[in-house]
Design a protein around this ligand. Structure first.
Ligand code: PLP
Length: 357
């Protein structure tokens, strides 16, 4: 039981997986619910990419969002742009009802609505480009408005779709940039993780404590796999960016496509954009989806394989029909996430599916 290999001279080429729950008393890692070398290494890579002072890695994107809500107290006001991932929206509603903070829906992707952000706002949450429709929200203007009224307020940007390669919310005044690393960071639909990035010491400490006491720490294997995937992040994103732009131009010309949604790349806030777009389909989604061969169905996206999905029944299934209608989300909206396949093959696949409509 007590036999141990002396590996002090092993010098592995990459950091091995520290598949341990506990460390000896003289280790700085203490216990894997608090810290672990694989998580620490991943966090260093992530904060370097995002240009953040702190990165806190957790089990998945939803836990990262959940952890931000821990900051709110009864009577506080939180503002959300409703064009976000359906589960995030439902989580905000659930927690606000249970904890007694006020949740205000406001579409501040319309610049004129930024002035309507309530003075008492304690936290504001949004995705930009938005999901769905990929509209832009001006991070700098929103942060300025919120902070002018309450310097302590917390501006949270879900930066999952933009990625740190193309957008740095913290540089534009946001307090937290969070990610579902299950998407582009993993890139292979085989590992879940989430990350909170911040420059604020108070928030970093708060998030580390919540992670420790709430048991939301990322596992060593998932940290290791994600760290490995990050070696190809830039390569994957640049290829996906190229394919997605080409597919946008192709889709615009298709008679069965009503409208294509693609973000505005202004070069200031958003410096590029990778692999996911939406379009309104003229025809039955089920027929279209079943006729595709290369595009796979399911919840995966931002990965190496191309995926097709219907936000109505998928990413936004947690919203009520009424809520979906309020954001103009119809059953005809299709989400395509482009992988690393040859774009000519993807076009052929789509043309075949348009023909059955
Ligand atoms: N944020 C965004 C933008 C997402 O698209 C998702 C999941 O699709 C999440 C957060 C939740 O992340 P996870 O599934 O890793 O919990």
């Amino acid at each position: 039981m007590h036999i141990r290999e002396d590996d002090t001279g092993a010098h592995p080429a990459v950091t091995p997986i520290y598949q341990v729950s506990a460390f000896e008393a003289d280790s700085p890692y203490f216990y894997s619910r608090k810290n672990n070398p694989n998580v620490a290494e991943l966090e260093t890579v992530l904060k370097t990419l995002e240009g953040a002072k702190h990165a806190i890695a957790v089990t998945c994107g939803m836990s990262a969002i959940f952890m931000t809500l821990e900051i709110l107290r009864p009577g506080d006001t939180m503002v959300v742009n409703p064009f976000i991932y359906g589960c995030s929206y439902r989580l905000l509603q659930r927690i606000s009802e249970r904890r007694g903070f006020k949740l205000v829906d406001l579409d501040f992707s319309e610049d004129s609505n930024i002035d309507k952000i309530p003075e008492e706002t304690k936290m504001i949450f949004f995705e930009t480009p938005t999901n769905p429709f990929l509209k832009s929200i001006d991070i700098e203007k929103v942060s300025k408005r919120v902070k002018e009224q309450n310097p302590e307020a917390v501006v949270v940007v879900d930066n999952t779709w933009a990625t740190p390669l193309f957008q740095h919310p913290l540089e534009l005044g946001a307090d937290v940039s969070l990610h579902s690393g299950t998407k582009y960071f993993s890139g292979h639909s085989d590992v879940m993780n989430g990350v909170l990035m911040t420059d604020r010491e108070d928030l970093a400490e708060e998030f580390r404590e919540t992670r420790f006491y709430g048991g939301l720490m990322l596992s060593p294997e998932n940290a290791w796999l994600t760290r490995r995937s990050l070696q190809t992040l830039e390569l994957r994103l640049k290829q996906q960016q190229m394919v997605c732009a080409e597919m946008k131009d192709f889709l615009i010309q298709q008679p069965k496509v009503e409208k294509v949604f693609y973000p505005k790349i202004d070069g200031q806030q958003l410096k590029g954009y990778a692999g996911i777009l939406f379009f309104e389909l003229k025809g039955d989604y089920q027929k279209f989806m079943q006729a595709l061969n290369i595009f796979k169905t399911g919840t995966a996206m931002a990965c190496v394989t191309s995926m097709v999905a219907q936000p109505w029944s998928g990413s936004h299934a947690s919203m009520t029909e009424e809520e979906k209608k309020q954001i103009n989300l119809s059953e005809n909206l299709v989400r395509l996430s482009f992988g690393l396949e040859n774009p000519d093959d993807l076009k052929k696949d789509l043309l075949g599916a348009f023909q059955v409509l």
